[in-house]
Ligand binder design. Structure first.
Ligand SMILES: NC(=O)C1=CN([C@@H]2O[C@H](COP(=O)(O)OP(=O)(O)OC[C@H]3O[C@@H](n4cnc5c(N)ncnc54)[C@H](O)[C@@H]3O)[C@@H](O)[C@H]2O)C=CC1
Ligand SMILES: CC(=O)C(=O)O
Ligand SMILES: [Mg+2]
Length: 537
């Protein structure tokens, strides 16, 4: 009896262990077998297990695939090469087409591979992340989100809508993976600088999680992109026949928070250790949800905290690039454009101020005090001073008029060019979402900066919303300028043949490390200290 049972069991195990994990490219170590409970076309239609023509004949026999594939067996490396060739042939075939057409064609071919064969997809992505990041991430992901309802072919991730209230705890179990480590969730209310894109914002969590896989080596089977659809206030989408989200105005107030609360409870009931990254929520909800959940769950807000970390790293790097000791960071004059009430800019100001107060070497912690203000902050109404009506408390500590180092002759609401001319800042940082706002006049005024190497950070996304281009900076500010942007630009050839670097200041350089660090350390919360450390190191 025992022998029969054991034989049955070992036959069952042989069937289960019937495919070897695909090699992940040239020179990779041979891995163990991979357990597959499916057979035949079910395997070919499952992107986790599908190897297309790379199934060897023995596996085709074992898995019931014989006859379901063309007879020629290709190696993983041959498939890889074929994909890369067809990707690059797109560049040739779309010559003369607008950039957006070429980028969308590239996104489509990558997305089709993602839908078909995850192993090959992540291999090509990891090996070519520098080339593919502008396609799966900003700027092309913005275009994809804008056109998502028309581009939609297959779902990816999970969708929780306001209509699912009361059901989320059971819905969460519809996700097929047993374990999830990393979740990126959006409500689609502020997608890059493109505004409210409703359900179409799902492209952002998908792109961010691809960056997690490529940059931090997170297991792609343990990531989950999520859309919380609470409606949209985008009239165009509400009238669009193809729009795939709820056709209702956004929930507000307690109704909104009740949906997010239920979602967070559901996620943590199933995966108590999952890390949740909030992404592209309009800022009033970004700050509110961060305060609401940060001590209960392992979560962070990428736009508030990740952006602040990467901007701080840039500000510290600018001091070095200007040839000054790091302690001089506390003496930098920084103009921040786009940091009104509830904005990513406020996150940057808070973290930079905190870093100044903690700066070792020059003074004891706290010595600088609240009155120390190295910032000039502008929002859509110009320079923010203490005489601003209805001054938000979060902005008030950065409003001019409180500090001893006041530039007296700048008035409330002063324009950007006035501020730059008077202050002669070392750094001009934009998170305004207003493309081209650092115009020729502003950049020429930066030429008179008190630094020989002024730094200009045009951090708004996507490319169309960048405050300026690197060409404009090197032309109008000078070839010693330090430039960084949120979306990628090409380097610029300077007059002497040297390279003018178009650096990138995007939270993608920080969030993968935060997620990975939190995961490996088993952190229960993500503290400000972790973000500071990530920025400073
Ligand atoms: N590079 C990066 O890693 C990141 C970039 N961003 C980008 O930052 C931008 C803004 O995002 P949020 O803060 O969430 O948007 P938001 O709409 O909450 O804030 C924008 C701020 O810009 C101000 N503003 C608008 N027009 C202005 C003008 N003409 N002059 C000066 N200020 C003006 C507004 O008053 C507001 O304070 C977006 O384009 C986004 O893509 C956001 C997060 C990360
Ligand atoms: C980069 C990013 O997170 C944003 O533009 O919202
Ligand atoms: Mg974002």
């Amino acid at each position: 009896m025992w022998r029969h049972a054991a034989a049955r069991r070992s036959a069952q195990i042989r069937r289960l262990l019937s495919t070897s994990a695909p090699s992940s490219g040239a020179g990779s170590a041979v891995r163990g077998p991979c357990i597959v409970h499916k057979r035949g076309t079910d395997i070919l239609h499952d992107p986790w297990y599908n190897k297309d023509t790379a199934f060897p004949l023995t596996e085709r026999d074992r898995l019931g695939l014989r006859g379901l594939l063309p007879p020629r067996v290709m190696s993983f490396e041959q498939q890889y090469e074929r994909f890369i060739n067809s990707y690059h042939s797109l560049e040739h075939n779309t010559q003369g087409e607008p950039d957006s057409v070429v980028s969308l064609a590239k996104w489509r071919i990558l997305n089709r591979l993602h839908d078909r064969n995850e192993t090959l997809y992540y291999r090509v992505l990891i090996d070519n992340i520098k080339d593919f990041a502008p396609i799966i991430y900003t700027p092309t992901v913005g275009l994809v989100c804008e056109n998502y309802s028309g581009l939609f072919r297959r779902p990816r991730g999970m969708y929780f809508s306001a209509k699912d209230k009361g059901e989320m705890m059971s819905m969460i179990y519809n996700w097929p993976a047993e374990k999830v480590d990393m979740i990126v969730v959006t409500d689609g209310s502020r997608i890059l600088g493109l505004g409210d894109l409703g359900v179409q914002g799902i492209g952002i969590p998908i792109g961010k999680l691809d960056v997690y896989v490529a940059a931090a080596g997170i297991n792609p089977q343990k990531v989950l992109p999520i859309m919380l659809d609470v409606g949209t206030n985008n009239e165009e989408l509400l009238e669009d026949k193809l729009y795939l989200g709820l056709r209702q105005p956004r929930l507000e107030g307690e109704e909104y928070l009740a949906v997010v609360d239920e979602f967070m409870e559901a996620v943590h009931a199933r995966w108590p250790k999952a890390i949740v990254q909030f992404e592209d929520f309009q800022m009033k909800w970004a700050f509110e949800t961060l305060q609401r959940y940060r001590s209960r769950f392992c979560m962070f807000n990428d736009d508030v905290q990740g952006t602040a970390g990467v901007a701080l790293a840039g500000l510290l790097g600018a001091v070095r690039a200007q040839g000054r000791p790091l302690a001089d960071f506390t003496k930098q004059k920084i103009v921040v454009v786009g940091a009104g009430k509830s904005s990513a800019g406020i996150g940057v100001l808070n973290m930079a101020k905190h870093a100044m107060l903690r700066m070792p070497g020059t003074h004891k912690i706290g010595e600088l005090g609240e009155g120390h203000n190295q910032f000039w902050v502008l929002d859509k109404d110009g320079l923010i001073t203490k005489s601003r009506k209805d001054l938000d408390p979060a902005v008030a500590r950065f409003a001019r008029g409180y500090g001893p180092e006041e530039v007296e002759d700048l008035h409330e609401g002063a324009s950007l060019v006035e501020v730059v001319k008077k202050v002669k800042p070392h750094v001009l940082l934009g998170l305004s979402g207003v493309g081209g706002i650092f115009n020729e006049e502003v950049l020429k005024a930066m030429k008179e900066s008190d630094s020989p190497c002024p730094a200009i950070f045009a951090m708004s996304n996507p490319t169309t919303k960048a405050e300026c281009t690197p060409e404009d900076v090197f032309k109008h500010v000078g070839e010693n300028a330090v430039f960084a942007s949120g979306s990628p630009f090409s380097n610029v050839t300077l007059s002497n043949g040297r390279k003018g670097y178009a650096n990138q200041a995007n939270n993608m350089y920080l969030f993968p490390g935060i997620g990975l660090g939190a995961l490996l350390s088993g952190a229960r919360h993500i503290s400000d200290g972790m973000l500071h450390a990530a920025a400073e190191w």
